[in-house]
Ligand binder design. Structure first.
Ligand SMILES: Cc1cc2nc3c(=O)[nH]c(=O)nc-3n(C[C@H](O)[C@H](O)[C@H](O)COP(=O)(O)OP(=O)(O)OC[C@H]3O[C@@H](n4cnc5c(N)ncnc54)[C@H](O)[C@@H]3O)c2cc1C
Length: 189
């Protein structure tokens, strides 16, 4: 059983996976590789003057894997609540079990149909529908969270990545029973 399963490995999900795996949570990142970021030439990602979206995303995903996140390339078709967490059904792999789920599915909210997740109209350009979440990223199903574009964040990479991190920290904090902070400091001189 994974502690945290993240559906969607775009900037939101991959960023959430960095924080989840680095916090020592058994983390899986699930994606069927349909992010639009491959078409982007980013000139507004702080700290990087210009980068091809695919290159940036590859670096973020590799960073998540380097902290121990597992990464599978499959499509999630359904998520079912069970007594001890969730069973995530995929198109061509054994179901995946996880205690908590973060949805980071970008423009796709189709999973709402089967799972009973509430949605609402999006307010950002190009985004028709989003998951209905509270200020912490919680959906109407206890244990399922949503972050980034699919949860109403502005359609920008740095904001998506930041929102993935924010919601992951909320999930980690809930699992730990206290607020979590991830800081690394230089060695003292
Ligand atoms: C042409 C173009 C240019 C852009 N230019 C810029 C720019 O200059 N600057 C900027 O800041 N932003 C830009 N963006 C926006 C940027 O691409 C998005 O903000 C960012 O990709 C959103 O990240 P996300 O992780 O929330 O969603 P996404 O990147 O869409 O990732 C969602 C992931 O979820 C996966 N997924 C969805 N459903 C399932 C499922 N059922 N099972 C498995 N996987 C699933 C998808 O495969 C996808 O990889 C641009 C976008 C486009 C299209």
């Amino acid at each position: 059983m994974f502690d945290i399963a993240i559906v969607g490995a775009g900037p939101t999900g991959a960023s959430a996976a960095i924080f989840a795996a680095k916090a020592g949570k058994k983390t899986i990142l699930i994606d069927h590789e349909k992010t639009p970021i491959g078409r982007a030439l980013l000139k507004n990602y702080p700290g990087i003057r210009e980068i091809n979206g695919a290159d940036l995303l590859k670096t973020i995903q590799e960073q998540a894997v380097s902290f121990g996140a597992e990464w599978v390339k499959v499509s999630v078709s359904d998520i079912r609540k069970e007594s001890e967490g969730f069973v995530i059904k995929t198109d061509n792999r054994e179901p995946i079990q996880a205690k908590q789920v973060i949805l980071a599915t970008g423009m796709a909210t189709k999973l709402a149909d089967k799972t009973g997740l509430k949605t609402k109209p999006g307010t950002e350009p190009f985004i028709k529908t989003i998951f209905d979440v509270d200020e912490n990223g919680k959906t109407n199903i206890e244990g399922i969270w949503a972050a980034g574009i699919c949860a109403g964040a502005s359609f920008h990479t740095v904001i998506a990545a930041g929102d993935g991190a924010r919601v992951a920290i909320n999930v980690i904090s809930e699992l730990n029973g206290e607020r979590y902070v991830d800081h690394d400091a230089l060695p003292k001189k």
